[in-house]
Each structure stands twice: as C-alpha cells, then as structure tokens.
Design a protein around this ligand. Structure first.
Ligand code: ARG
Length: 406
C-alpha cells in the first residue's frame, strides 16, 4: 500500500519536532517539513538536517520575507489595521502566508494531508485552517496538538529523548514566543497574571524606555500611495526597511504593547507584543493620511480599518469581504504620498514634520494671522441651518434651558 504523505508546517521547536515523529508513526506516513522564513531572528540554519534527523523524508525552507512584506504587511499598513486599537497583527498576517506555502508544497508533492502545530485554544489554528480550507478545500488537515496524549512540555521532552529527536533544551525560556519581521508575540509564564507588570526579561528586541538613549533619534519615512519607499531619504528594500526600523525603534524603547485581547475562541488573553517597526510605520502612515485624506474618507476609513483588523485577526484574510474592503483601502491610498519625520525618544514618538504635494492643509485657510482667507461671515448662515434641527427639537420638546431654570 502507498504510504500516506503529510506536509507539516515546521519551526524546529519542541512541538513541531515531536509532531514530525509522532505523525510518521501514528499515520505510518512520509513526512515533508515546510518552514517559512518571515524574518524571525531564530536560526534557520541546520533546520533541514534537523528535520531529517527527526524523521522527515524531505524538508523545504523558503525565504518568504519579501513576499510577506509586500503582499501582507503593506496591506495591513495601508488599511491601518490595529486589532482592538493596538496590536499590529504580525502573527495574524503571517499565518495566511504560511498556510499558502504549506498548501503549495503539499499539492506539488502530492501529499494527502497537511499538519500544523497550533494548540486548540489559540487563534493561529483558525488562521491556518481557514486559509488551508480556502486555498485547497480537499486537503485533509491534521492538528495533533489538539488531540495527542502529551499533557505537558516535560512529556514531550521525554518522548523526544526516547525517540532520538534532536531538540535544543536551552535556558528553558518560560515564555512562548512567536515572531516575524513585523513583530513578536510573547505569552505564558508570569505574563498570564494581568495583575503583574511584565518582567524585563520578557522583552526580546526592545530596550526599556528607562534605559534608552538620552538623545532622541530622528527618522523620516517617505510613502508613495501608502507604501513606504524611503527611510531617511534612502532607498532600501522592504526587508531592509523593517530591519532598520526594528533596530532604531527597539533601541529607543518603541513598540512595546501590553494588552488584554479577545481571542477568536472566546477567551480573553494577556499578550505582550514588541513591534517597533510596525508601530513607527503605522504612526507615520496615519499622520500622512491626516494631511491628505478628505474629512469624510478619513472618518469612514476608521471604521474600515477596524473591520479589516477584525477580519485579519479572525483568520479571514482569504475572504471576499477582506478583498472588497482592501479595494476600498487601495482607492483611498491614491494620494497618500509624502514624507513624515518622527522623533523617537524613550518609548515615545513625536511628529517633527509632515510634507506632501497632496496635502489638503491650507495655511491661508487655517491661519489666524492677517493672511487669513477663510470667509468668517459665511459661518453665520451655515450655523443657522446646521443648528436648525436641534433648535426645532428643543422648542418642540420644551427642553430649552430657560424652562429648566424657571
Ligand atoms: N495573540 C496573538 C495573535 O493571536 C499571538 C499569538 C502568537 N502565538 C504564540 N505562540 N505566542 O495573533
């Protein structure tokens, strides 16, 4: 009988390493591991060898960094997508791309199933599985962590030892960390108690604002149609831009987020994020939009941003509504071109300068000096009509203040 073939989303960590062996035995299957490089700082070198030693017959490692930024990160940025007002969604936009990569390899290899190492109470299982179902409805999906027998990390480690699975048991980090070039999510351990502030050692890529340099750092970002093109006037690749901003922001204590959030599965969880580059880019992009978008578009887009953030968070990246709302977003970005200069200082950001050829800010209209060209007298007539509904209501319902006072 032909052996079953399973393509596994593989990071090389404990869970996915144990999973490779476990799946090959449980299903008597050939395992192909698939790893995406989304700019995580974790070592990818030696991963292929490690996968093979763990029992995989074949191992793919793909550099997805450019695609991740240009096809995923830039969309989230243009949309202004911040989940529950704060989280720039790094993990949530990474999963659809990883799902796509997994499906592509599975189809190419003629695999019968795909497997991932997400737990049963997280959001990532949702993002993976909705993505896979959408892109390849016929592929079977296996999620061993939801059903296997291991009850703890220790049991997985025992299994790894018994089966000669190479695992790196380093300083036994108490945290679960998920990272890519757009940001890092840190959970578990003491962070689960929302009464306690996160200890300094939870943070991986940012300096504490208290220890950040005493001298502010200035960074300029130039956008074209909503997409960053220059940093400090220099051309950089998208990957270089994010690397640069993560470092500059990180050393100035920018991008730390400590929040309670609503998960898809209905629980609230406490999350620590570090996303210096993402936070800087969102701030600059938003600042530019304030200059170039007309009032109604700007206000309407706030609702769309929120909706898009929810869709991304909820695993609906590959969905008709997401595509439709992105079409709206793209049309709003036509004139989001210009330069924003920010100052980074001890965990804070300040706008130093805004400049755009499409700016709707008109000094002649805004000024209170004698250069003023605004027609003050016209406001009189405007207000007679603008206030009319409320005047009518007040008279009809006798809610005017003179009545209350007598
Ligand atoms: N709560 C975040 C999200 O849903 C982060 C999840 C990342 N996973 C992890 N193992 N830390 O996007």
């Amino acid at each position: 009988m032909k052996k079953k073939k399973i393509a596994v989303a593989y990071s090389g960590g404990l869970d996915t390493s144990v999973m490779v062996k476990w799946l090959s035995e449980k299903y008597n299957a050939e395992i192909i591991t698939v790893t995406g490089n989304l700019g995580q700082t974790k070592e990818l070198e030696g991963l292929e060898e490690k996968a093979k030693k763990t029992g995989a017959v074949k191992s793919y490692i793909q550099d997805l960094r450019h695609e991740f930024i240009t096809e995923y990160v830039w969309k989230a940025l243009k949309a202004g997508a911040l989940y529950e007002g704060e989280y720039p969604l790094a993990c949530a936009i990474g999963r659809p791309l990883l799902a796509k990569m997994l499906v592509e390899v599975a189809l190419q290899e003629g695999a019968d199933a795909v497997a991932h190492g997400c737990t049963g109470k997280g959001n990532d299982q949702v993002r993976f599985e909705v993505g896979i179902q959408t892109l390849a409805p016929k592929l079977e999906i296996i999620a061993p962590l939801r059903t296997w027998e291991f009850k703890s990390r220790e049991e997985e480690i025992d299994y790894a030892f018994e089966n000669n699975i190479p695992i790196k048991i380093t300083k036994n980090s108490p945290y679960s960390i998920d990272e890519n070039i757009f940001g890092i999510a840190i959970e578990c351990g003491i962070l689960e108690d929302p009464k306690l502030a996160p200890p300094e050692d939870a943070y991986q890529i940012t300096t504490s604002p208290r220890l950040a340099p005493d001298k502010p750092e200035v960074v300029s970002i130039t956008f074209e149609k909503g997409i960053p093109t220059l940093i400090n006037g220099n051309e950089m690749t998208p990957v270089e831009m994010l690397e640069y901003l993560n470092i500059s922001g990180g050393k100035n204590g920018i991008g730390r987020i400590d929040m309670i959030e609503n998960r898809v599965v209905g629980i609230k969880s406490r999350e620590i994020y570090e996303a210096p580059g993402a936070v800087i880019l969102h701030e600059a992009h938003h600042e530019l939009e304030k200059m170039v978008l007309d009032k109604e578009t700007f206000r309407y887009k706030q609702n769309i941003s929120n909706k898009i953030a929810n869709l991304i968070y909820d695993g609906l990246w590959f969905s008709p509504l997401f595509n439709s709302l992105m079409a709206f977003v793209d049309s709003t970005q036509e004139f989001v071109t210009g330069e924003i200069v920010l100052e980074l200082y001890k965990g804070n950001m300040k706008v130093l300068s805004r400049n755009s050829n499409y700016s709707l800010y008109n000094m002649k209209l805004a000024t209170y000096s004698n250069e003023d060209s605004f027609d003050h007298a016209a406001s009189g007539g405007f207000l007679k009509i603008y206030g009319l509904p409320y005047k009518t209501i007040s008279q009809l319902r006798n809610t005017q203040i003179e009545k209350v006072m007598v």
